[in-house]
Design a protein. Structure first.
Length: 160
């Protein structure tokens, strides 16, 4: 009898826990950019790694305590815009932002990025550059990089 009561109690506790898990929101989505020429902006929570053949990346980490600090190397110039916002430019730039909320804007050519997380993404042409390359959402077939501004929320329900 005690065993049956214990199983009943555990079942009652498991149902609310499962309901809370569903209320936490969408699962993380993925975005992959390959050989892009254009402009890409992220306001998201998750992880992003990328490289730029030629161009710039601006990284804002509003709360340095909610994830690891951004890592950037291979740049030719760096400018501290604020205590939490940095601009890097040059050729052969590589960067990584993992954990917490971040804002990243990349403008350039030969851009390759992999991102996992949730948030707002904007893709589009860069001034004076013709768009090139492709992007893929959640493992779907690659699509040509847009010649017009395209903004969407990234999560597991988008694309694929």
């Amino acid at each position: 009898m005690r065993r049956l009561a214990l199983l009943g109690l555990l079942a009652c506790l498991a149902v609310p826990a499962g309901a809370l898990a569903l209320e936490q929101g969408a699962e993380d989505g993925t975005l992959s950019l390959d050989g892009v020429t254009g402009s890409v902006s992220f306001a998201a929570r998750g992880a992003i790694i990328g490289q730029i053949d030629k161009g710039s990346v601006t990284i804002s980490d509003p709360n340095p305590n909610d994830g690891k600090p951004p890592v950037v190397w291979g740049y030719e110039r760096k400018r501290d815009l604020t205590d939490t916002k940095f601009f890097f430019s040059g050729s052969g730039i590589r960067f990584r932002v993992v954990g917490g909320f971040f804002r990243v804007k990349v403008v350039g050519s030969g851009v390759d990025i992999s991102m996992v997380g949730r948030g707002s993404v904007s893709l589009g042409p860069a001034p004076a550059l013709l768009s090139a390359g492709s992007f893929s959402l959640n493992g779907s077939q690659p699509l040509p990089f847009p010649d017009f501004p395209l903004t969407f929320q990234l999560d597991a329900a988008v694309g694929g």
